[in-house]
Design a protein around this ligand. Structure first.
Ligand SMILES: Cc1cc2nc3c(=O)[nH]c(=O)nc-3n(C[C@H](O)[C@H](O)[C@H](O)COP(=O)(O)O)c2cc1C
Length: 149
């Protein structure tokens, strides 16, 4: 099916400082481009690292990912997920943005667990012998209860 829902989740490292204005500018452009394609998702920036979820039709998500990957404002992309998914976690966000302080304590722990799981050498480790996908699923599912505004 060509319009199957697809999800990409990655971590990356910023190659430059990201003051609030730079993030805002990035988000404005991203939201506009994503809204045009029906791509949704969420971005977290913390301590020089990005965590991003992109959801939508496979072709749109992969085209967006290609553009983002080529962006020199970050590097060292580590893919946590790149596969079909059954339902969207962020159906109402053309690109939601969250700072860690706004997340619940379990969500913050989930975020750090994922960040730790990604080694500096760009490989993924198992977290306590459990596949990353299990932690990622529970982290993403925790957002379903959030009001998406
Ligand atoms: C961390 C990060 C996340 C981004 N997220 C998106 C996004 O969700 N959608 C998007 O269209 N562009 C996003 N961008 C911007 C793209 O990388 C790119 O600059 C923009 O789409 C313009 O691409 P173009 O110059 O090839 O037209 C992101 C960039 C960074 C560094």
């Amino acid at each position: 099916m060509t319009d199957e829902l697809h999800r990409v989740v990655y971590l990356s490292s910023a190659t430059q400082g990201f003051p609030a204005e730079a993030l805002e500018e990035l988000l404005v452009g991203a939201r506009e481009a994503n809204a045009r394609r029906g791509v949704t998702g969420m971005l977290i920036y913390h301590d020089g690292n990005f965590f991003q979820v992109l959801e939508g039709r496979k072709a749109d998500v992969l085209e967006t990912l290609d553009r983002i990957r080529a962006d020199r404002r970050h590097a060292g992309m580590i893919m946590l997920e790149n596969r079909p998914c059954r339902r969207s976690t962020f159906p109402d966000w053309s690109m939601g943005y969250r700072v860690l302080d706004e997340l619940s304590q379990p969500q913050r722990e989930g975020f750090f667990e994922l960040a730790r799981a990604a080694n500096g050498d760009g490989t993924l480790e198992l977290v306590r012998n459990t596949p990353i996908a299990v932690y990622l699923d529970s982290f993403l599912n925790s957002f379903r209860e959030f009001e998406q505004a």
